[in-house]
Design a binder for this molecule. Structure first.
Ligand SMILES: [Zn+2]
Length: 92
């Protein structure tokens, strides 16, 4: 006794994942470590690489003896992107 569903495939459902992916943007983030012990994040900049000595100002002590200790990627929904970047740059 099989009740085969006769519903046609709904394109919207199949398209959700792609849509979701489209709605998110991969943001590269660099984590910087200051000699004073403070860690902070900022948006990845061209030329960044792991263990590079950066001249970013530490938000705690204000010195520029920071080293990139981590580079990673975060998927941020596009509608939160500007806020996300703003928060990142506030940290830096
Ligand atoms: Zn510092």
């Amino acid at each position: 006794m099989s009740e085969e569903p006769q519903l046609p495939p709904i394109p919207a459902i199949g398209g959700l994942d792609k849509k979701e992916r489209k709605r998110k943007k991969a943001v590269k983030i660099s984590t910087l470590h200051c000699k004073c012990g403070e860690n902070f994040q900022r948006e990845f900049a061209v030329g960044d690489f792991l263990y590079k000595e950066s001249d970013d100002k530490c938000q705690k002590c204000g010195k520029t003896q920071t080293t990139i200790v981590e580079i990673y990627q975060e998927n941020v929904p596009r509608n939160e992107l500007s806020m996300f970047i703003r928060n990142l740059n506030k940290n830096a």
